[in-house]
Ligand binder design. Sequence first.
Ligand code: ADP
Ligand code: MG
Length: 733
Amino acid sequence: LTAGGWGGAGRSGAARRGARWVACPVTVATGCREVAPAPPLPAGAMVKETIRVYARVKPVGRRQQAGIYSVDDNEKTVSSLEIIVPRDLADGFVNNKRENYKFKFQKIFDQEAKQDVIFESIAKPVAECALAGYNGTIFAYGQTGSGKTFTITGGAERYSDRGIIPRTLSYIFEQLQKDSSKVYTTHVSYLEIYNECGYDLLDPRHEASRLDDLPKVTIMEDPDQNIHLKNLSLQQAANEEEALNLLFLGDTNRMIAETPMNQASTRSHCIFTIHISSKEPGSATIRRSKLHLVDLAGSERVTKTGVGGHLLTEAKYINLSLHYLEQVIIALAEKNRSHIPYRNSMMTSVLRDSLGGNCMTTMIATLSMDKRNIDESISTCRFAQRVALIKNEAVLNEEIDPRLMIAQLKKEIQDLKDELALVTGEQRTAELSQEEQIRLNELTERFLEDNDPESILDVGPDMRKIKYCFIHMKKLMNHSRISENKVFSQNILEEDTSMQVRKEELKLKELLQQRDSEINILVNMLKKEKKKAQDALFQLNAVSGDSKALDQCISINLEERQSPSTHVNLKEAKDFSCSVRRLPFLSRQTGAMSLGCQEAFEVFKRDHADSITIEDNKQLLKQRFAEAKSLGEKVNEVRNKINHLKGEITQRHIQRAALAVASPSEELSKFDPVEEKLRAQIEEEKKSYKMMFNHLKGLKVEIEHLQLLMEKAKVKLQKDFEVWWSEEATKLQ
Ligand code: ADP
Ligand code: MG
């Protein structure tokens, strides 16, 4: 502010705020409006009623000639005032035949009414409502000299002449002291409006010799149409004495600024406001109310008497803002009027809530009933009759102090945390630990991978964990969706191909082992056969002298045919000729192997032209097997490396997610150079993996080819041997 502190004076704003913040039915202080019993205050804390209008007749001076009027107090709730227009006055105007006027008031205080009675009847109920949290306004309306200032502020001579302001201050502080159930704060402001300009009467400099020396107060309207008064100081008053000092300061400033030349007091409006805020200890709800005590400018008018006008109808206000006040009041009294011209003058703007808004308003029509002022008195009464039609809607002004609310909520959170810790038996921090996060990641992933439709993800009754799992799941989903076509499908492909490679490898290994064992068996067999042959040769040599090995072998066979002792040998030779034909199945028929044939085959094989090719191929095959083996190992290595890199990326994600949970301001989507590097590495590894894999595939083809070649060569060798053997056998036969 806008020192004024009139914030929320706007009709709509205040009403809205009231509606928004009133949390529970409010009990309003009893005694509110006790003078003329108003309907009981509703629990909803909204009071709808017309402006109360009272009349006060100023004592007629000794030298004044009293006009004729009568007060009828018979009725309980209303009093009526009848004014008789003097003959001599009425006669002067054409078309004016009326001689008496009757006006109704809430109550009429005749000349002898004292200040204390005025306070008790008019001001005290309003003060009580202000203490309860409702806005209140009391304004005095009447011609200059009719007793407005006397009524509102009071007379300077006697203590008993104290007016409504000092008495209200005294009463309010007395009540505040009595009520220890709430914490109250009171401020006062004092505004003078002269010629559409606002002046702060509580300027503490005491230097004002003219109104213009006082700080100028201007009106500001916020988007919610709340009125704010810029530059109006709001002075805190802790007790009655401080408040009265401020009132005195304002009145002094008002007096000094007024010179006989400028009759400010008759043309200006003075608004003394008591601002009360109350709060129950520990509660975040604050009640604020404002009590305006208004001394309006003189309502006297310029009458165009004698110019053919009508008495009391052609008269114009001297003070323009009172003219606007009347316009506002006429507009408010009319039904279905949507636009109320509050903004036409500063005074109506400031008093907007007091007229047709969120306020309990009371008007005192001050009347000077001497003969000369009858017309003005009738004007005042007519004005009062219109004001009496205006309905106001006073709302209990409650609002929540956000700071107190925050403190209260914080306390509530702590209490709940304590309770939770008590129930669960574990202290919970706001964040999950790294281990917990990793564990939750695992659980979530396992849950996602689980094909069992009845599997559940149970992380216990811990909202933090549940939320974390959802976040992790989302991350996994997003991640897999983004890289669905790249990484995920690549993964599957890799998995497939690596499985294939492994199968091939196994097959090759098996084959190699089989071949190795076959070769071993053959070698062992050869060794055995060789030994047998040597033994046989040794025996043979011992019998028939020495001869060349191969010739002997053949000749032995021939001799055997003739010698019955060597019958078995002959049979063996026969078997051999058969077995030679079955050579491709040699490994499975080892038992039937003939020494001579084997020996001959070995020799044949050694000298055969193809044997070199076979040997070469055998070496090549061995080499290729070795190559395939090491390549297979390398492929495995690369695959492991890729998996490792992938693991690193996942770890990285977890870390970043944890970081994002710890400080949500960190963007998760931010570019991560480390991850990018890892991905690049994976790509590299994949390249070499593919390369090696293709190489391995090529090797496999080559190995298979070589095996076929060897197989073919073996078959050819055997066939050649067979042919040669049978030729030799025939020759020999
Ligand atoms: P206004 O403020 O309406 O111009 P004032 O309050 O200044 O009128 O009153 C004019 C004079 O009449 C003052 O001297 C005041 O003391 C006196 N006066 C007004 N009302 C009363 C009253 N009810 N009893 C005694 N004197 C009064
Ligand atoms: Mg006055």
